[in-house]
Ligand binder design. Structure first.
Ligand SMILES: [Zn+2]
Length: 118
């Protein structure tokens, strides 16, 4: 089990935090009891899903599901699904959006650093 000791925090709120591993570039989302590790492409896909989702509408559509939380996300190549209340999904969206902004700022500042080296 690799727990990415060389990670920096990208964003944080009362629901959780997002970290970026400087060693292997994996993004880690600590959210409630979950620790979700994603490559950047998967992270963007997950963020896009949250951005596109009308949480209220999906929650209404899934009212008949037996689960307490009606918003369901299936992880790629895994039997694990994450389930959210509307407020948790909104919190997660804010958390991941802030993390993506931090990553973009980071890549810009790295590029600037490279340019200044030339
Ligand atoms: Zn790592």
């Amino acid at each position: 089990m690799h727990l990415h000791p060389h990670s920096i925090e990208l964003s944080s709120c009362f629901l959780g935090s997002v970290f970026y591993c400087l060693g292997c570039e994996m993004i880690q989302i600590e959210f409630g009891n979950l620790l979700i590790e994603l490559k950047y492409e998967e992270f963007v896909k997950f963020l896009f899903f949250l951005q596109q989702s009308n949480f209220k509408k999906v929650e209404a559509e899934n009212q008949n599901l037996p689960y307490n939380r009606k918003l369901v996300w299936q992880f790629t190549q895994s039997s694990i699904k994450a389930v959210f209340h509307q407020r948790e999904a909104e919190g997660l969206l804010g958390l991941l959006s802030a993390a993506e902004s931090a990553l973009l700022r980071r890549s810009f500042s790295n590029n600037n650093h490279l340019f200044s080296m030339n």
